[in-house]
Design a protein around this ligand. Sequence first.
Ligand SMILES: Nc1ncnc2c1ncn2[C@@H]1O[C@H](COP(=O)(O)OP(=O)(O)OP(=O)(O)O)[C@@H](O)[C@H]1O
Ligand SMILES: [Mg+2]
Length: 292
Amino acid sequence: MTDQARMAARLTTLFHDETFQVLGALAKLLRRYESVRMKPLILSSGLPESKVSYEIDLLLKHGACAKLGGGYRLNMLGLDTLSLHEFASSGLVSRLGPLIAKGKESDVYEVVANDSSMVLKFFRIGRISFRQVERKRPYHAREGHRWLLACIRSAVREASVLRAMEPMEVPVPRFVARRYHANLMGMELAIPLYKVKELDDAEEILMKILDGVRDVYNRARLINGDLSEYNILITPSHRIVLIDWPQARKVSTQNSELVLKKDVANLLRFFRKRFGVVKDEDWAMNYVLALH
Ligand SMILES: Nc1ncnc2c1ncn2[C@@H]1O[C@H](COP(=O)(O)OP(=O)(O)OP(=O)(O)O)[C@@H](O)[C@H]1O
Ligand SMILES: [Mg+2]
């Protein structure tokens, strides 16, 4: 299993200020160019050509960027390295801890931040489909470039949703900061519901989740859109936490009620199959939609 962020953490100790200036310039120009040539790199980094060349060689040597046409392209290892460096230099993260989960769309790590533990979620959006494209087409520069932008976009979306929910007293992780495609948030000492085989208080837990969904709907005017046993955590004291928000929808968007219905149906199906708790879907929808 490639533990890419761990490689990135190692690179943050090998690289120096100018290396990060060049990496930062590559990231800044990501939207504009697939392949960044020397001239914009010099302008954007503010470094002389000889320095830029030297740093680019260092980045190439460690696999943190790639040659493409007459220029250079940032890759995921480079973006991870830059993100970790910025978290560290803002004093937000001091050490990368163990990998907690490798999801479809992210790599989630425990990190040490000051004296407490937090979660750092690196987006790897559509990792599987992008990989398939890469296999079919060995010349995959365009996909690589789009992949990084898609990951940054998802992190931006999740960050803005978590931030919007912060004052609302809803059961979601506390958002701390974003750097590029990675979100730093409070760590929940909890496990996802799909890992729980038995629950003495299953009905009560289901009601807590419905309360959470209802509060998010009524207070934050948002719908998760991917609510499932994978995205609901439960703590040892049976508090619940709703995670995974990049795809969240505003209540005001078209068909949002259908999205909510799907979320509620998924939830009820899981509780019925796993714990034998049966609740009517219309009743549950009315419960969530009602103002409290
Ligand atoms: N704040 C958190 N505290 C503790 N664990 C977390 C936190 N956020 C995420 N995790 C862990 O990381 C896993 C993946 O997180 P998340 O669901 O946000 O990403 P994902 O890539 O969408 O995952 P998947 O594709 O499997 O749904 C979660 O199932 C959970 O185990
Ligand atoms: Mg998830």
